[in-house]
Ligand binder design. Structure first.
Ligand SMILES: [Zn+2]
Ligand SMILES: [Zn+2]
Length: 169
């Protein structure tokens, strides 16, 4: 199980980072992207294939429509990771992980079959009655607090990446 402390140590490494570029860099180089170099949203991402952008945007809409989690609606992480700041504050700087989770899940699903299978296995996705086969299925997984042992799918995803790639400063 994640503790807020251990997540709190990992999350600053991923602040203002595009999740797709993070997974792409971990897979290709074994390291995180240079700090600040991948601060963009889906429509400005140089790594996401153009043909996949509309479907990835569909994932974003699916998450908003299907949201039933107690976590942050904007960045999908547990309340504890926001510290004393208000959860639904509209300022982007209050949610430095806005562009992290949906693109990271997309990259895990589609960049490489081995990463996809090991993530499915590590987080017991099928065992817990979920799949990542469509944008709506992915949205259901991200918004379901019972989808992972962690009690929050975004946190489980960050922890999976750390366990798989051992990224650090
Ligand atoms: Zn990117
Ligand atoms: Zn947030």
């Amino acid at each position: 199980m994640a503790t807020p402390d251990s997540l709190a140590a990992l999350l600053p490494l991923l602040s203002f980072s595009c999740g797709y570029c993070v997974v792409d860099s971990l897979f290709a180089n074994g390291t995180l992207p240079v700090a600040g170099s991948v601060d963009h949203d889906i429509s400005h991402c140089p790594s996401i294939p153009l043909s996949e952008r509309p479907v990835l945007q569909q994932l974003g809409r699916g998450i908003r429509h299907r949201w039933r989690s107690g976590a942050c609606y904007i960045c999908h992480l547990p309340r504890a990771t926001h510290g004393p700041r208000p959860m639904h504050c509209q300022f982007r700087s209050d949610h430095p992980h806005t562009n992290l989770i949906p693109p990271a899940l997309w990259a895990i699903r589609f960049i490489n079959g081995h990463i996809y299978r090991s993530a499915m296995h590590a987080m017991s996705v099928a065992v817990r009655g979920h799949s990542w086969d469509t944008p709506d299925a992915m949205a259901d997984w991200i918004g379901d607090d019972c989808a992972t042992e962690e009690g929050n799918s975004a946190a489980a995803l960050v922890r999976f990446l750390q366990t798989k790639f051992h990224f650090m400063h």
